[in-house]
Design a protein. Structure first.
Lengths: 692, 661
């Protein structure tokens, strides 16, 4: 840390730093009072009809309950679902797409291949811009960036007139080979701005100048589609905060796990679309590093889905092509795998008498039967209640109550059809739900080429702790680490995140001494862009610039990310770059080809401005058996056993106990199976170790 | 008896193992065929060699019902760590053309085989007459590359180096083959490990009984689907445009009989085996997976929760006469069987469509054309060979929505290559890549639109191959009043003075500046197009899917400045007579079948069936040469009499039975 930052830290000792994650049902707060190191957390129901209002409600509640002072809030980071909801609900801006004549259908054809490929009814989603709002402009660029046909400005003028008449509020311009040379797009953007200043315009090269026309176009379209809503939401939020004399400028979490300021968020909206899941993983990796854990599998179970991510070497993993609703997003994002099984997944018995779980879900409305909100079908949550793991305390900060009778009624209907007891049926539902997750995690591990037995499972979210230990055992994992506040890990992720901007230049040429100057030049340009970007975010401390190359063997159709040392570029050390590529290829794919020609596709740079160094309270461990609050009957697979129930609030560093056990706290309930040793560490994490 | 309450848990563990194998192979394979085209499969098999689990996300869709039992039986004395393999379409009937190399590995518990892991990769080249080992023009299997009968490739963990050397000596890209085969062996090892973990979890007996229960469950699900269909017999025939360089149609004929929860698929009446590589080597196996791919699509479409494993095949019996295109005898060439397989699927779809018209779509485009370019890079003077986009067509119109545009149905596994990537790597310039207006079959629900792609080359003698092109004459059919779709085509320099239409030809030589346009067929329509809501028709016109002329002609919708002229539309629609009949085939097939009536085909088959197998294709071709001005059964007989006169050596046919029809 340099002197300026240290001085800042000293000045802000009594300040509040707040991370907020807005989810589908709840908005989570994680607030740190800097002087005492006290952490306060909170959950409030969301107000989808007035996004942002719940945020103000939550801050008011924090003030009331925790003595939080908005005028002393020096850091305010939040993740919002405004963008992603706009896409899922298809409520974005009416847009027009200007693209090359002859290629108007690129966004509909996408990459052809469809999921569900055994079904004659398989289909692709309707594009966000329908075909009648796609305008083919006579214009063409060659792959080397030279112009073979200048944009037909008469066609542009006509397209603007028609698009406006059809109600377009914005224009996306995406031309072939703009990854190499964005001049044609820029010229058309300038013309549109001149002709119709009331329309907003995004070009594909300015949003994310990556090669591959479908991926680049769809990224620019997603950006334009959510722009007006996101922008007005952020403007309103800034006003609201200003009205409460909040000194902090609001920061936003991004899909890449980093942060940006609100001004950037209004323009580069596409970067925030997956921020909720990303900051969960960032929060988890922060907790993992703090606890000295190197390899983590995160598990976040919600009502309708379960999300998984790998943390390796204490760092989140990145990828492109994460799904937003039905659309893949092609900017670097924290890799998260998802499966449609959650607490609300419905169990059913098919015509052959085989029990299944999902894909149908009771979601959050009506939700599981036991919520008493009108749901009547048996869900995974109901099965947890029937077994006795769940329902012994208030849930979700007192906003939910469990009616065990309703859960019993729902599961017993299935039990009658199966000829089993209600408990046996409930256990089978849990086993199936866990096995559905098992499939997804096994896929994730085999894609990444890792052995899960080396990993520790970190469950979070409201539902992760319910099934986490069962899943870990199924996967052959030996340990589980559960954070003190599983419900606010995403909010924590925002609080601890760094500023992070990603930049790309596509090179697409063979790796050779001749091509290195182009790579070096690209790196220098990107480095400048990165520094400028950090400055624009208000970051005045040191910048960390990480350089990557996307490379492949000539003839391969997708590339892998290789970490580069800038020194190799300065010294024109082709051999070092080649070695790094071969090594990475070997790590990922178990082979490399020393004679193979190598191609550089992209040069990428991440500019990182470190966030504040936060310290949370720690305490010494006192090795002492925990004393249970009470004992209760739980069906643990074969019989009903009397198990201990612990109140999380009473567990102190060093507390130990044995499974089977239940641990309750305000935002979640842990089910801890037999054969488990549990211990609380000095960060108040709950560590579970399974007997062999 | 396995506890069925837990069956889904076992099913999920089995699928996880299969997905794991697929990802391992996909991750570690070397060739674009495996990594990008995903032309591979992996599977878990029971003790008999019947597949009980496959991945759902990666790989090809053809083999969930494959049984390895005959190939397994051709190798003796399996030991732990062994892997056997074959690519011979005529031994063991797992491989269906020589590039497909199948491997299998026993999984032992206590000295007993409890399961097998297996899979296939499509090798880039297996040697033989042409690069990639596949050409329609090849006439015998020996031209299609080196073949290995079932034999151990790995013995107790050690590769047989001699086999690898023999393969390397005979193929054009040995590194790719060996790399992919080793990656597949790695995947089989992964599968073995996962099966051992399952045995640990469920117990040996539990595992074996559970696997049997998985097969039984899929079988029960398939039977349930069949029971939901009426009993009856339905006939259907469909044609591939060309059977060989002779360019006569190749007819596939199916008589589907559903009775209770079983079905018989009788392919008697399909053409004799061909003197080209379009033959499908099923070995006469009544449940060969290659014959039942269309059935998997039907079952999965009607019950998306169906388990994909070989239990699905049990209620079905296929009859494929020996010496026919669906059961050729050695040494018939088989390299391009995928074209015939596409027709085979549409024959199956057509038969089931009559059984449950309200539940299935019209014909998909059914021409999964793979385009390759061989040209010279003018900057480097080096020759370049590259695959450009597949040109596939739309799905058939569904009972509840329009057919998917540009691909879909049984072509959904294909992926395209970005134009920017192709143009950067290959000296071609795209002129167009998109959907073809007016190409979807008209209907209450419209068929999916065709794709059209056009590109220009810059070097002399650039050679293009467009493998699997079809449907340039016989249209994808419409159902229930819906119309047949637009035809596929290939044209050099369209719209210029030097325009050259290539019809069904699948190769072209281009000169500098030439533009080649390839268009797929579309998907068939469903229901009376005059019942389609006018607003949908207007929307199709607005989107450029439909021309105003076609809107008026095919849908009876009159548009004025883009809006529906309701009065004119009502008037036009009032004069409309909906077409009768289940299918609409279009004028080409109607015209063809006026000459080649069912009776004519019946007579042809009576004549050919009486001949030795190696005479049949020759005689078919000679009869077709003499059909000008002739038609019907008598026309065929007259043509045959002329053939007998020209070739007195022709073996004397046994007396011709009287046609029953």
């Amino acid at each position: 840390m340099d002197g300026a930052v240290a001085a800042n830290e000293a000045r802000s000792k009594s300040d509040w730093k707040v991370g907020v994650d807005i989810g589908g049902t709840f908005i989570d707060f994680c607030a740190l009072e800097a002087r005492s190191g006290r952490v306060a957390s909170l959950k409030v129901l969301t107000t989808p009809e007035d996004p942002g209002a719940e945020l103000i409600t939550g801050l008011a509640l924090l003030a009331e309950r925790e003595g939080f002072d908005p005028t002393r809030m020096t850091r305010f980071v939040h993740g919002t679902t405004v963008g992603i909801n706009t896409i899922i609900q298809r409520k974005g801006a009416p847009l027009a797409l200007f693209t090359n004549a002859g290629f108007e259908d690129v966004i509909e054809l996408a990459r052809l291949r469809m999921p569900d490929m055994y079904s004659l009814f398989c289909s692709r989603p309707d594009p966000l811009i329908s075909r009648d709002m796609v305008f083919g402009i006579p214009v063409r660029m060659r792959p080397d960036g030279s112009e073979s046909q200048a944009p037909d400005m008469a066609a542009v003028t006509n397209a603007v007139t028609v698009a406006k008449a059809k109600g377009a509020q914005g224009i996306v311009v995406s031309f072939l080979h703009a990854w190499r040379n964005g001049a044609q797009e820029a010229a058309v953007k300038a013309a549109v701005t001149r002709l119709a200043p009331e329309l907003f315009v995004f070009t594909s090269a300015e949003v994310w100048p990556v090669i591959r026309e479908y991926e680049r176009s769809s990224t620019a379209i997603l950006n334009g589609y959510v722009h007006p809503r996101v922008s007005s939401y952020l403007t309103a939020l800034e006003e609201r905060l200003k009205g409460r004399q909040v000194p902090a400028r609001p920061m936003l979490t991004k899909s890449n796990g980093g942060l940006m300021n609100a001004a950037e968020g209004k323009r580069a909206c596409v970067n925030m679309l997956l921020s909720g899941t990303a900051s969960g993983v960032i929060g988890a990796s922060w907790l993992a590093r703090q606890a000295g854990e190197d390899k983590i599998l995160t598990l976040d179970i919600g009502g309708t889905s379960a999300d998984f991510a790998l943390i390796i070497g204490g760092e989140a993993q990145f990828g492109t092509g994460e799904l937003i609703g039905e659309f893949p997003l092609h900017i670097p994002s924290v890799s998260v795998s998802s499966i449609g099984v959650g607490g609300g997944s419905i169990a059913s018995v098919d015509a052959q008498g085989v029990l299944r779980v999902g894909p149908e879900s009771a979601g959050s409305t009506p939700g599981p039967s036991c919520y008493g909100r009108g749901g009547t079908q048996a869900t995974v949550t109901d099965a947890m209640v029937v077994c006795g793991w769940l329902g012994h305390s208030e849930m979700a900060y007192g906003q939910l109550t469990i009616d065990a009778g309703l859960a019993h009624r729902a599961v017993s209907e299935l039990a009658a059809r199966l000829g089993r007891t209600v408990e046996q049926t409930a256990q089978a539902i849990l086993d199936i739900a866990v096995s559905e997750m098992f499939v997804e995690v096994e896929k994730l591990a085999s894609r990444a080429g890792v052995d899960l037995r080396d990993f520790t499972l970190m469950p979070f979210g409201g539902g992760g702790p319910m099934l986490g230990a069962f899943l870990a055992r199924e996967l052959g994992m030996k340990r589980v680490i559960a954070p003190r506040r599983p419900g606010v890990v995403s909010a924590l992720g925002g609080l601890v995140a760094d500023l992070r901007g990603d930049f790309i230049r596509t090179i697409f040429s063979p790796l050779s001494a001749e091509s290195l100057p182009a790579v070096r030049e690209a790196f220098e340009t990107l480095a400048q862009e990165g520094r400028d970007w950090l400055a624009a975010q208000g970051h005045d401390a040191a910048a960390e610039l990480n350089l990557f190359c996307d490379m492949r063997y000539l003839g391969q159709s997708y590339e892998i990310e290789v970490v580069l040392s800038p020194e190799w570029l300065v010294k024109s050390d082709t051999a070092a770059i080649e070695q790094a590529f071969h090594r990475t290829h070997e790590q990922l794919y178990d082979f490399h080809d020393p004679r193979g020609a190598i191609e550089i596709v992209n040069v990428r740079l991440s500019a990182i401005g470190a966030g504040p160094v936060l310290s949370f309270p720690e305490a010494d461990e006192i090795n002492a058996p925990a004393s249970p609050a009470r004992r209760l009957p739980v069906y643990t697979g074969r019989t009903v056993e009397t198990v201990d129930l612990h109140d999380r609030g009473t567990l102190v560093p060093g507390s130990t106990f044995l499974g089977p056990a239940v641990v309750v706290q305000e935002d979640t309930t842990f089910a801890i199976p037999a054969g488990t040793q549990a211990r609380v560490d000095r960060h108040l994490n709950l560590l579970l170790t399974f007997a062999e | 008896m396995f506890d069925r309450t837990n069956l889904q848990v076992l099913a999920n563990h089995a699928r996880a193992a299969a997905e794991n194998m697929a990802h391992t192979l996909h991750r570690t394979a070397h060739s674009a065929f495996v990594k990008e085209t995903q032309d591979f499969t992996v599977m878990l098999m029971d003790r008999s060699g019947a597949t009980f689990a496959v991945p759902l996300e990666l790989g090809a869709t053809w083999f969930p019902g494959l049984s390895y039992h005959r190939a397994i039986a051709m190798v003796d004395d399996y030991r732990p760590g062994d892997v056997a393999f074959t690519n011979d379409p005529y031994s063991g009937h797992v491989a269906t053309h020589a590039p497909d190399t199948h491997l299998w590995k026993p999984v032992f518990i206590d000295g007993e085989i409890v399961a097998w892991t297996g899979g296939h990769i499509h090798n880039t080249d297996m040697g033989g007459a042409v690069p990639a080992s596949i050409s329609r023009a090849l006439t015998e299997i020996h031209q299609e590359g080196i073949r290995f009968p079932p034999v151990k490739l790995v013995s107790e963990g050690v590769f047989d180096e001699m086999i690898l050397r023999i393969m390397s000596t005979n193929v054009r890209k040995p590194d790719l083959n060996i790399g992919d085969i080793k990656a597949l062996v790695g995947a089989l090892n992964t599968g073995e490990r996962k099966i051992l973990a399952m045995v640990k979890k469920f117990g040996k007996t539990g595992f074996i009984e559970g696997v049997a229960a998985l097969l039984d469950h899929a079988e029960a699900q398939a039977r349930e689907v069949l029971r939901s269909m009426p009993d009856g017999t339905w006939e259907f025939a469909d044609y591939a445009d060309e059977d060989s360089v002779e360019a006569n149609p190749c007819r596939l004929k199916l008589t589907l009989t559903i009775k209770g929860d079983e079905a018989v698929l009788d392919f008697t009446g399909s053409d004799p085996q061909l003197g080209s590589s379009l033959n499908v080597p099923s070995g006469g196996d009544p449940r060969h997976t290659v014959l039942l791919v269309g059935v998997y699509y039907v079952l999965y479409t009607l019950n998306p929760k169906i388990m994909l494993n070989s239990g699905l095949t049990r209620p079905f019996t296929c009859i494929t006469p020996q010496g026919s295109v669906l059961n050729p005898v050695h040494p018939a060439a088989v390299g391009m069987r995928s074209l015939t397989c596409a027709r085979l699927r549409s024959v199956i779809f057509g038969a089931f469509s009559q059984a449950v018209p309200e539940r299935l779509p019209a014909a998909p485009a059914g021409n999964n054309c793979i385009v390759n370019v061989m040209t010279t890079d003018e900057r480097t003077s080096r020759s370049v060979i590259a695959a450009v986009n597949p040109v596939v067509g739309g799905g058939g119109a569904m009972p509840h929505r329009d057919g998917t545009n540009g691909s879909g149905a049984d072509a959904a596994y294909l992926k395209n290559t970005p134009i920017e990537i192709t143009e950067t790597e290959t000296p071609v310039e795209f002129v167009k890549y998109g959907l073809a207006r007016d190409s979807g079959g008209a209907g209450r629900w419209r068929g999916g639109l065709a794709t059209e792609m056009a590109f220009r080359v810059f070097a002399p003698d650039s050679r293009i191959t467009a493998r699997n092109r079809d449907r340039s004459f016989f249209r994808p059919w419409g159902v229930l009043g819906g119309k047949a779709a637009g035809l596929s085509d290939m044209v050099v320099n369209p719209g210029t003075g030097h325009e050259r239409r290539l019809g069904n030809i699948d190769t072209a030589v281009l000169q500098p500046g030439d533009v080649l346009e390839i268009r797929s067929a579309g998907g068939g329509g469903r229901g009376d197009p005059f019942q389609r809501e006018p607003w949908r028709v207007a929307e199709d016109v607005r989107r450029g899917y439909l021309s105003p002329t076609a809107a008026e002609r095919d849908y009876g919708v009159v548009l004025r400045d883009g809006a529906v002229d309701e009065q004119a539309t009502d008037q036009l629609r009032a004069r409309h007579n909906p077409s009768a009949g289940h299918f609409h085939f279009g004028p080409e097939r109607d015209g063809y079948e006026a000459q080649w009536t069912p009776a004519a085909y019946y007579r042809l088959h009576v004549i050919l069936d009486a001949l030795p197998i190696h005479w049949r294709f020759f005689v078919k071709t000679e009869i077709f040469r003499r059909m000008k001005g002739r038609s019907g059964a008598d026309g065929v007989q007259a043509a045959f009499d002329a053939v007998c006169e020209r070739f007195p050596e022709l073996p004397r046919p046994r007396p011709v039975r009287e046609a029953a029809e």
